[in-house]
Write a protein that binds this ligand. Structure first.
Ligand code: SF4
Length: 276
C-alpha cells in the first residue's frame, strides 16, 4: 500500500531532531511508522526519569536518597516486564548491571543539587504551543521556581557534551522555554540540562535565544512540509548511519556503513603492518 506522507499534527523536539539529522530516517519513523527500539541507555534513562519524577513530586523534606531507592524498588517490576526492557534481551547478570547503572544515574542527581531545596512547579509537564506558527509539543521534565523566576530543567543520563557541542544540546530546553512563555505568558529565566552524576549545562533565556530556536524550528517545519508534499526525503549519510535502525532498508546508508567498515579495516591493517 502506498503511504502518503503527511506532516504530524504537532512537531516535537525529537521529531525535529530526527528530520534535521536525516530526512529519510524521519520518513521511516514518522511516515512508515517503523519501530525504533530504544537502546540500553535510553531504557535506563526512562527508568531514571520515572524514579526522579516520583521523587520530586514528594514534599521537599522527603526527597532523600533512601526515598529514591524505595521508589526505584517499587517501580522496577513494571520496567522489568515492559516491552522496551525485554527487547534488550538481557540475562540475569546483565539485568543486574543495568539496574546498577540506572541507580548510579538516579543517585547522580545529588551530585548536582540538593532536591530538598528545589521548588517544583510541575513535573513531566505536557506543553503544546504555536511557535512561529509551528504546532509544537514537548514534555518538560521539571519546571522549577527560583528566586528570580521559572527554570526549565531536563534530566540527561548520557555523556555531557564537550564545550564545543554544549550550545547545540540546549535547543531542546530553549524550545520548551519558548513553549512555556507562549502558553503561560511567563518567560523562564533559565533553561538547563542536568547530566546526572556529571554536571549541569545551562543557559540564560533571552528573547534573542528564543527567536533563534524558533526560527530553526520554523525552517525544519517548512522542510518537513515540502518533503511530505513531494515525497522526497533526502538520505543524509554520515557516522550516525551505523546506529540507524533502518540502515538495512536504505541503500545509501548500507553503502555508507560498508565504506566506513572498509576504511576502518584498512586502517587497522596498516597499523598492524607498521607495528609488525
Ligand atoms: S541509514 Fe543513514 S541515510 Fe539511511 S535513513 Fe538511516 S541515517 Fe538516513
Amino acid at each position: 500500500m502506498e503511504l502518503t506522507p503527511t506532516p504530524p499534527p504537532r512537531l516535537s523536539p525529537s521529531g525535529a531532531g530526527t528530520f534535521e539529522q536525516c530526512p529519510r530516517r524521519w520518513r521511516f519513523r514518522y511516515v512508515e511508522r517503523l519501530p525504533d527500539p530504544p537502546g540500553e541507555a535510553a531504557v535506563a534513562g526512562s527508568f531514571a526519569h520515572r524514579v526522579l519524577e516520583l521523587l520530586m513530586q514528594r514534599e521537599p523534606a522527603e526527597r532523600t536518597v533512601e526515598a529514591a531507592k524505595a521508589i526505584a524498588r517499587q517501580e522496577w517490576p513494571e520496567t522489568e516486564i515492559g516491552e522496551e526492557f525485554q527487547g534488550l534481551g538481557f540475562d540475569e547478570a546483565e539485568s543486574k548491571k543495568f539496574r546498577w547503572k540506572s541507580w548510579l544515574a538516579i543517585e547522580g542527581l545529588w551530585a548536582l543539587e540538593d532536591p530538598k531545596t528545589v521548588t517544583v512547579v510541575a513535573t513531566e509537564q505536557d506543553i503544546e504551543a504555536e511557535l512561529g506558527g509551528v504546532p509544537f509539543r514537548g514534555i518538560v521534565d521539571r519546571l522549577d521556581e527560583e528566586g528570580d523566576g521559572l527554570v526549565v530543567t531536563d534530566y540527561k543520563s548520557g555523556q555531557a557534551p564537550s564545550p564545543r557541542y554544549r550550545r547545540g544540546r540546549l535547543d531542546q530546553v530553549l524550545l520548551y522555554a519558548a513553549a512555556v512563555k507562549e502558553s503561560t505568558g511567563r518567560m523562564p529565566v533559565r533553561a538547563r540540562l542536568l547530566y546526572l552524576g556529571q554536571r549541569p549545562v545551562g543557559i540564560d533565556v533571552t528573547p534573542a535565544e528564543l527567536d533563534g530556536v524558533t526560527e530553526k524550528l520554523v525552517a525544519t517545519w517548512g522542510a518537513i512540509k515540502t518533503a511530505c508534499s513531494t515525497d522526497e526525503f533526502e538520505p543524509r549519510t554520515g557516522p550516525l548511519c551505523g546506529w540507524c535502525p533502518y540502515a538495512d532498508r536504505c541503500a545509501e546508508g548500507t553503502a555508507e556503513v560498508a565504506k566506513r567498515q572498509n576504511a576502518k579495516a584498512a586502517e587497522d591493517a596498516a597499523l598492524l603492518a607498521a607495528t609488525a
